[in-house]
Ligand binder design. Sequence first.
Ligand code: ADP
Ligand code: MG
Ligand code: MG
Length: 213
Amino acid sequence: MSATVEQILKWMDDYAVLIRRHAADLTELDRLIGDADHGANMQRGMEAVLKLEGKEFHDASTLLKRVGMTLVSSVGGSSGPLYGTFFIRMAAAFAAESEDQKLISAETFGKGLHAGVEGIAARGKAEAGDKTMLDAWYPALAAYDKALAEGKGFHDSLEAAVLAAEQGAEDTIPMVAHKGRASYLGERSAGVKDPGAASSALLLRAAFDTFTQ
Ligand code: ADP
Ligand code: MG
Ligand code: MG
C-alpha cells in the first residue's frame, strides 16, 4: 500500500470521527432550514467509506474514486452526489499527476481541491452566496491559493484554507438560500448556518489534521 493510500484512508478516518462528533449539530442545522438529516446522511456515508479500510487499493486516485462512489450510493440526500462528485473529481485530478508520487504535495492537493469544488458547482449549479457548501469551499480555495503563492508550505496553506472555510460557513448565517431544500423557505432560511458548509469545513479540518502531522 502506497503512502498516499494510507494518507487518504487516514483523512477519511479523521473525517468520520469529526462527522460522528458533529452529526447531531449538523442535523440540528438541517432541522432548522431543511429536513433534519444532514448529520445522519453524512454519518451513514462515512461509515460506509470506513468499510473500504482493509481493501487493497493500487493508488490514492483509485481509492478516492471508490470513496466518491460509496458516498453517492450510500447517502440518500443531495449531499451524497455532491460530496461524491467532489471525491471523484479529486481522484481524476490526482490520477493526472505523477504516478510514482508517494506523498501528496501541497500543489497536488490544491489541484484536487479545485477539481472537486468545480465538480460540486457543475453538479449543483449553485453560485457563491446561494447559501450552500460552496460558500465554505470558495473562500477556502482562495485562501489556499494565496498562501501557496506567498510561498507558504502545506501546513500553513491548509490552515489558511480551514480557517477560511469555517469563516465562510459562519458567513452563510445571514444568507438567503437559493439552492437545495433551504431555498423552499425563502427569506426564512436566513439566520441559520448552512449544514453542508459546516460539514465541508470539517472535511478540511480533517485534511489539516491528517496531512500536516
Ligand atoms: P438533503 O437536502 O437532500 O436532505 P442534506 O441535508 O444531506 O441533503 O444536504 C444539504 C446540504 O447540501 C445543504 O446544506 C447544502 O450545503 C448542500 N446543497 C444542497 N443543494 C446544493 C446545490 N445545488 N449546490 C451545492 N450544495 C448544495
Ligand atoms: Mg437534509
Ligand atoms: Mg434529505
